[in-house]
Ligand binder design. Structure first.
Ligand SMILES: Nc1nc2c(ncn2[C@@H]2O[C@H](COP(=O)(O)OP(=O)(O)OP(=O)(O)O)[C@@H](O)[C@H]2O)c(=O)[nH]1
Ligand SMILES: [Mg+2]
Length: 358
């Protein structure tokens, strides 16, 4: 039996979703980082590769702006569709043109070694200082502490030293220096772990949903069904076949979660599907890489927006404003084209009866 399925082209959400997750230890941590920044040589800024734009925290620009920096896109294994990665790799680099960019997977030592190589060559240049200090910063739960453990393991062959975990808020304080490189020519490199820092207010509700989906916000802040629905919206745009063993392609999150709960045994009182638990389980499966791999951000759009904003700066004068207008028209045209493409996009999906998949 074949059925036509048309995914949603936009995600509608309630204006009342929370926009804030700036906790006491975020504020205190940021203050401490500002105090420490003069004594470090480097800042490693971690971003989640699934949200390369949304996981940029502008507070760091303000607080740590002038410091030499490396950008690390973490969780590369969760963007395991090579064509998507290849298409976006150069775009990610363009987000920070003058800064070295790395992509890491915690289980792949080579990615940490590449960073060490960069730090080592810089530490050798800085050997007058005797040692090089690096501060690792980023939004909550993007993988800062994991990266530190990986760097230490690859650099000085020592076991895990800082706590990590799937919840945001595992690291609460700026840590003490941890040695990750010890060169015979006496240029040692130390890193400082820091607590993840959120923004005080997130005006863009969809960005809030992206951060929640990627685990940068505690799962109790936004209703699990809303996060699951946002995930379903993205999966449907990309590869709805990933959930076909539980449900036919659908835009109805309640229908999906009921079937998912029934078939995965997530039942509550009287054998009724436990919808909230099913929603969390579905989201966790995606976070573990089991539900397809795609970017939640449109990097090209971000680059165009930045170009337009730059051209609008007074220093570019009338000519700049004219070019900015052209750029804005291009962005609008691109958005229209994408909407049209999405509207036309129909997935012809062969629905296999569940009994055959078990
Ligand atoms: N799949 C995958 N998971 C990763 C990777 N790096 C980190 N993680 C996971 O992401 C979660 C968060 O990692 P942490 O290192 O604790 O993140 P953090 O940024 O230090 O978090 P906070 O201290 O809470 O701000 C953990 O469950 C890690 O196992 C990676 O490269 N791939
Ligand atoms: Mg941490």
């Amino acid at each position: 039996m074949a059925a036509k399925f048309v995914p949603r082209t936009v995600f509608s959400f309630s204006e009342s979703i929370p926009r804030s997750y700036f906790l006491g230890h975020h504020k205190a941590g940021l203050e401490k980082m500002k105090k420490k920044v003069d004594s470090v040589d480097y800042v490693i800024e971690c971003r989640d590769i699934r949200i390369p734009v949304t996981s940029i925290n502008p507070l760091f620009e303000e607080a740590l702006g002038g410091k030499k920096r490396l950008i690390v896109y973490t969780k590369r294994d969760l963007l395991n569709t090579n064509s998507v990665f290849r298409k976006n790799k150069e775009r990610m680099r363009k987000l920070d043109e003058k800064t070295p960019v790395f992509y890491t997977t915690s289980t792949f030592a080579f990615s940490a070694k590449q960073i060490l190589q960069q730090l080592k060559s810089d530490a050798q240049r800085l050997q007058d200082f005797g040692s090089c200090q690096v501060m690792v910063v980023g939004m909550p739960n993007v993988g800062k502490s994991t990266l530190i453990n990986c760097l230490r393991n690859a650099g000085v062959f020592k076991a895990k030293v800082v706590h990590t975990g799937a919840e945001p808020g595992i690291t609460r304080k700026v840590g003490t220096p941890i040695k990750i490189l010890d060169d015979p020519n006496r240029s040692a490199v130390y890193v400082l772990d820091t607590p993840g820092v959120f923004v005080p207010y997130m005006p863009d509700g969809e960005k809030m949903l992206k951060l929640a989906l990627c685990g940068c916000v505690k799962d109790t802040i936004i209703a699990p069904v809303t996060i699951a629905d946002y995930l379903l919206y993205h999966i449907n745009k990309n590869q709805p076949v990933v959930y076909q063993k539980w449900c036919e392609p659908t835009n109805d999150i309640h229908h999906f979660l009921e079937k998912f709960a029934q078939q995965t045994g997530l039942l509550g009182k009287g054998g009724m599907p436990n919808i909230d638990q099913a929603a969390l389980h579905f989201v966790h499966k995606w976070r573990a890489g089991e539900m397809g791999s795609f970017l939640l951000d449109d990097i090209q759009l971000e680059l165009s927006e930045r170009k337009r904003a730059r051209l609008e700066e007074p220093s570019f004068g009338k000519e700049g404003r004219r070019e900015a207008k052209i750029e804005a028209d291009k962005i609008a045209g691109r958005r229209r084209k994408e909407r049209k493409k999405e509207e036309q996009q129909q997935h012809d999906i062969e629905i296999t009866p569940n009994s055959m998949l078990k």
